[in-house]
Design a binder for this molecule. Structure first.
Ligand SMILES: Nc1ncnc2c1ncn2[C@@H]1O[C@H](COP(=O)(O)OP(=O)(O)OP(=O)(O)O)[C@@H](O)[C@H]1O
Ligand SMILES: [Mg+2]
Length: 320
């Protein structure tokens, strides 16, 4: 394990990448705690892969800096990369070689990997990703999901401190997706930091301890999943005909109510209850005391989905 004093496996400062006049990644400050499973969540084209390429030293940032395992990238590439396993969009394999032969090629190109334990390491990596049965099949006959698994096996060939996985479940069926999730859980239990990008909110919600949300090249939120959910925030919703009285009553309790139409007579009045400062019973009590006729009333926590849609202004695909 690294003994970097910051406790961060990845730390970027105003990391930026421009392609011509387009800013693909805009001054992002990533803080990925050691030992976390960190979800890098964002819709298509939001800059995930470009960020990952910069932190792996595959492309040069336009400006800003990034440290990986305490070392500046890309300056310390040769020291850092042996400690990092990576799966980036479209891993390149030789189509007319089998899965196991492809891994042999990659492994023998790794000057830190001992050749004596090579066969055993390759077998165990293939087994971990569920490819043992297809190990001797040529890669051109692999499905997209199988290629993705082979890419994962490649990232797992040697013990690593950090795994960087760009959309590892791309092309996998629900069963394969579950397997990847379990695999990531197992790696995290071994103390490995996992940085995993996804455009699937449910995936991040299920396997990550922390996340950053990207939108159009910017990080719009970052923290533990609980922080991102806003667990200290309740949301009250009232469906009523007495809209103005409801708004005034909630405002008197220190909230900032919003109203939205729900038909010719009634409307929804909603408000966030930051830090849960007002109890649900106090809210309903105050509304009834003010004579508000309540058709529906609820107090709940906003879901991750609602938070992220609010943050990015877009919906995320949801895996059922
Ligand atoms: N080599 C390049 N040259 C020009 N523009 C690029 C290049 N690579 C990426 N871009 C642009 O940068 C933006 C971010 O792309 P990026 O691939 O990082 O997004 P992403 O979040 O990984 O998306 P996806 O979910 O589709 O993989 C996009 O608008 C893309 O078109
Ligand atoms: Mg991408």
């Amino acid at each position: 394990m690294t003994n970097d004093a910051s406790g961060l496996a990845i730390e970027s400062d105003a990391l930026t990448k421009q392609f011509g006049r387009q800013t693909a990644v805009n001054a992002i400050d990533l803080a990925v705690p050691q030992g976390s499973v960190f979800g890098f969540l964002g819709p298509n084209g939001s800059g995930k892969t470009t960020s990952i390429r910069m932190l792996l030293g595959l492309v040069q940032p336009t400006s800003g800096t990034v440290r990986v395992l305490g070392e500046r990238m890309p300056d310390r590439l040769h020291t850092v990369l042996p400690r990092v396993g990576a799966l980036v969009e479209g891993p390149a394999f030789y189509p007319y070689l089998s899965g196991v032969d492809n891994l042999r090629r990659y492994d023998s190109a790794d000057r830190f990997a001992s050749s004596r334990s090579r066969a055993a390491r390759i077998d165990s990596a293939l087994e971990r990703v569920g490819l043992s049965n297809a190990a001797h099949k040529r890669v051109h006959a692999y499905s997209l999901g199988m290629k993705q698994r082979l890419g994962l096996a490649n990232a797992l060939l040697r013990p690593r401190e950090l795994l960087v996985l760009d959309e590892p479940t791309n092309g996998l069926d629900p069963q394969g997706t579950r397997e990847v999730r379990n695999l990531v859980g197992g790696l995290a239990a071994e103390g490995i930091t996992v940085f995993v990008s996804s455009h699937l909110l449910s995936e991040v919600a299920q396997m990550c301890t922390h996340a950053a949300v990207m939108s159009a090249g910017n990080i719009v939120a970052q923290g533990t999943l609980a922080e991102l959910r806003g667990v200290d925030t309740d949301r009250v919703r009232v469906l009523t005909e007495d809209v103005e009285v409801a708004v005034q009553t909630l405002a008197r309790l220190g909230l900032s109510p919003q109203k939205s139409d729900a038909g010719p007579t009634a409307a929804w009045v909603t408000a966030a209850v930051l830090d849960k400062t007002v109890a649900p019973e106090a809210l309903s009590g105050a509304l009834m005391e003010a004579g508000v006729r309540i058709r529906a009333f609820s107090v709940d926590e906003p879901s991750l989905e609602e938070r992220f849609v609010a943050l990015t202004g877009e919906g995320f695909d949801v895996v059922q």
